[in-house]
Design a binder for this molecule. Structure first.
Ligand code: SAM
Length: 295
């Protein structure tokens, strides 16, 4: 990955960015206001605040169900962010999970939040670029990517490396931002001024479902299912925007009105990109053949 793109990517997911990536201390205060104990609860407001995802807890749980993850599975989460998907999975299923992210700040948040949720024995995190993925463990039985491959420049190389970390027959699932009718969000950058402060430049490598099918086929996977769910995402985001506008979220009391403003702005701008620059897809595949390392 190009150095500038890597820096832009890391700078895009920060506490003080165009949207807030909450750290452990902020979350602790918010859950206090909610009256929720993250160690015992899977109240969807926890995930919907912690996760950096447009499909919210419902969409991520649906992906876990499609992958039929059980407590004996050893799960690899690529582009895990600040760890919300693995914490949820550890609580609802009880399996072991390894999360990988390129952003060292995200890894720190993930490690701190694992303790907040009491799941530190179930999760492990590594700072790595998935395009160069190289973990000691190579016996994962399931894998998932929640809204991250849209940033992967070298998808074929990443998929090959993921293949080498999975057991044969292992299922892999994607909830993913796809290319829109007019291109990727790099094009939105040139056409929608309000999009510019949300993310840094040139970090989008979205593809369409056909390209995912082709790339997965080339890297030892058999695609079992694909779905375009852009309409579902659009409705979910509109509902979320209404929720924040109506001040239904007590997190405003903790984070202040600035946080509310940032939240409203984020959803409003992202909704403008839907269909033209952002579609949404779900893909389920399984590892069919080993991809050997080149001699
Ligand atoms: C939209 S966030 C999603 C985070 C998480 N999956 C979730 O649902 O909360 C995308 C994440 O992918 C990570 N990422 C992007 N490209 C990556 C790469 N090449 N290797 C590892 N992580 C990457 C980013 O650092 C970011 O944390």
């Amino acid at each position: 990955m190009d150095k500038v793109i890597k820096k832009n990517l890391i700078d895009s997911y920060q506490v003080n960015g165009g949207f807030i990536v909450y750290d452990c201390n902020m979350l602790k205060k918010i859950f206090n206001v909610y009256g929720i104990d993250p160690k015992t609860s899977i109240d969807r407001r926890i995930f919907d605040l912690e996760g950096i995802t447009h499909f919210f807890q419902q969409g991520v749980t649906a992906l876990f169900k499609k992958l039929e993850i059980n407590k004996y599975d050893y799960v690899l989460s690529l582009g895990e962010g600040s760890g919300a998907p693995s914490r949820l999975l550890a609580k609802i299923v009880g399996c072991r999970i390894v999360g990988v992210d390129i952003n060292p700040d995200q890894i720190i948040k993930a490690e701190e939040c694992a303790i907040l949720h009491g799941v530190q024995d179930k999760v492990e995190y590594y700072e790595q670029n998935v395009e160069e993925l190289n973990l000691t463990k190579k016996d994962f039985t399931k894998a998932f990517c929640n809204e991250t491959t849209c940033h992967w420049q070298e998808k074929e190389s990443a998929f090959k490396r993921i293949n080498r970390h999975l057991k044969k027959g292992a299922k892999i699932g994607f909830n993913e931002w796809l290319k829109g009718e007019k291109g990727t969000l790099n094009e939105a950058y040139k056409m929608i001024n309000e999009f510019i402060p949300l993310y840094k430049k040139d970090i989008w490598f979205q593809e369409d479902l056909k390209t995912y099918e082709m790339l997965l086929g080339k890297t030892g996977f058999r695609v079992l299912e694909t779905e375009d769910c852009t309409d579902k995402i659009d409705i979910k985001m509109r509902t979320r925007l209404k929720g924040i506008q109506l001040e239904g979220d007590p997190y405003v009391d903790v984070m202040g009105s600035k946080a509310k403003e940032i939240g409203i702005n984020y959803y409003k701008v992202m909704l403008k990109t839907h269909y033209d620059f952002l579609r949404y897809g779900v893909i389920i595949a399984e590892k069919e053949t080993d991809i050997p390392k080149k001699p």
